[in-house]
Design a protein around this ligand. Structure first.
Ligand code: ATP
Length: 234
């Protein structure tokens, strides 16, 4: 499956944020979306997932246009989203949070999903009865990713998973995304830590003022002088 975003425009009120964003993510690849604060990365993910209305442009999953579909309908078609700030239910247990991620699936998928998430994140299995609000930051991020995976997405968009985490935990969370990719899911990763994200990504896009100004393999981006200067402090 392939997510294709073509010429997407949107904004808030009169303030335009996306100026014709175009990108693609296929299943089985990990793609980084890079850019300075305010470039429009979060806005892009929210528009693709159906939380924000586009002004123009198109989002496709293979040959199917997602135009006019709600976020829930897009999730059913295979598009997962781990929002910035995790948005967990802090008073509910780990397992209850996970089950909510599969609420729209038939029962056998729900059970199978739990086992898969606990294999991927053994730390969540140990804490399945603990309320989400008392988990560490890294564990909460794993839970947010696990909950999105419970919906069996083919393409998973993840917004700033390392925010507020120690470098070691950030690395752990990003390496689980590499595992998710290895299971055949396409991952679109928005990440402040450009060096770390290009370590796990296959390729990436650099966004400036709401559109893609550069794209290439992770290796090409890492050796690009503009990227080094702007994002890698070299
Ligand atoms: P960051 O890495 O800082 O999160 P970003 O690239 O994800 O940056 P966005 O969060 O998409 O950027 O924000 C793009 C622009 O849209 C910014 O100028 C921001 O102030 C503005 N913006 C974001 N959300 C809203 C909102 N709800 N209402 C009005 N303006 C908004």
């Amino acid at each position: 499956m392939r997510l294709s975003v073509s010429n997407l425009t949107t904004g808030y009120g009169k303030a335009q944020v996306l100026f014709g964003l175009t990108l693609e993510v296929a299943t089985g690849e990990l793609v980084a979306l890079l850019g300075a604060n305010g470039a429009g990365k979060t806005t892009a993910l929210r528009t693709i997932s159906g939380l924000l209305r586009p002004w123009g442009g198109q989002v496709w999953l293979d040959e199917t246009s997602l135009q006019g579909l709600s976020a829930a309908q897009r999730a059913r078609r295979g598009l997962g989203h781990v929002p910035e700030g995790r948005q967990l239910f802090p008073l509910m247990s780990v397992e209850e949070n996970l089950r909510l991620g599969a609420a729209f699936l038939a029962w056998p998928y729900r059970q199978e999903g739990l086992e898969r998430i606990y294999t991927l994140f053994p730390r969540l299995a140990e804490r399945r009865k603990q309320v989400a609000g008392t988990l560490s930051g890294g564990e909460q991020q794993m839970l947010a990713i696990g909950r999105a995976l419970m919906g069996r997405p083919r393409i998973l968009m993840v917004d700033e998973p390392s925010l507020g985490l120690s470098p070691k935990l950030a690395e752990e969370v990003l390496s689980t995304l590499a595992q998710v990719k290895a299971e055949g899911v396409g991952v679109l990763l928005v990440e402040q830590n450009v060096a770390l994200s290009l370590e796990v990504a296959d390729r990436g896009y650099v966004v400036e003022h709401g559109k893609v100004v550069l794209s290439g393999s992770a290796r090409e981006l890492l050796s690009n002088p503009g990227v080094q200067k702007a994002y890698l402090a070299l």
